[in-house]
Design a protein around this ligand. Sequence first.
Ligand code: GLY
Length: 346
Amino acid sequence: MSVTQVEVGVGRLAALLHELPAAGVFVVADERAAAAHPAIGAAVDARTSFVVPSGEEHKTWATAEALLLALDAAGIDRDGLVLGVGGGVTTDLAGFAASLHRRGVGWIAAPTTVVGAVDAALGGKTAVNLGGGKNTVGTFHEPLRVVADPSTLTTLDPRHVRAGLAEVLKTALIAGGEAWDSVLALDLAFDLDDAWTDATVADFGAIIERCLATKLDLVTRDLHDVGPRRTLNLGHTFGHAFEALALPELLHGEAVALGLICAARAANNVSLETTIRERLKAWQLPLSPPPPARDVDALLTEMLRDKKRAGGQHTLIVPHAPGDVRVEEGVKETRIRKALAAVLEG
Ligand code: GLY
């Protein structure tokens, strides 16, 4: 049973910052979010806090150590609370430090990016990157609350918002049914380069709510990621390989977008692959990787390095249809090569 209370809505972050006491609450905030949102900046100034420099390269043991020392210096005790405000890097670090400090203190995740809001903040996976791998050291430590305020998305670079939509597509594909239909029904003319309207913010609120409902269900059934939660890695085994080879050219969500196309090819579901391509194209997400990530052998090597490998065998999350996403073990290399061709051909 998940312990997390999920709250989504405009004004939720301001309400949270208002209701939390000044004493005993330690704020971990993303540098960009604190600069872009006066309420977050004020919370950082008003409380004991730690500002995380923006970027995946800061999700390190060194940053976690500095954060743990700051929690200690602030005198946060077992009754204290850590609030992580920012994208996945910040909430992963905040949750990681909260799980270790005094053998575990409570924490709240307030995601301010699309990827953070629809996926990373919920589910208690906390981590830092160590030894060249992604999320190699971490814990399961569920936040007490996930407070997602879609108005925080309006200051993001549109490219980051689009990249987050790949995670939305992934989650809707896992859920199937109404969640899938609603993502397909999203206005194709939706232009994130224009100023955000209240309607766009509301659309995102609804998207986040749906994704979090799907994820909460999976996490509640399988917190430790040994069963149905593994389907959330859909598109990620391929995606991590593209990401590793193309960094910093590809954002995480862009790599996942490519991974979703490959996963549909692995399922041999032509109409699903076409639908995914059309949707990604409408959101201006990449349909093929940049040159550094076009070498099949290098991609295969990266995929085997992926931490989800089992005894040197490939495990794939395969979308046979919306709502029918399966974990398949012992997948043959020829099948992976054919799936990679989906984004390398042409
Ligand atoms: N991001 C995948 C998971 O939380 O399991």
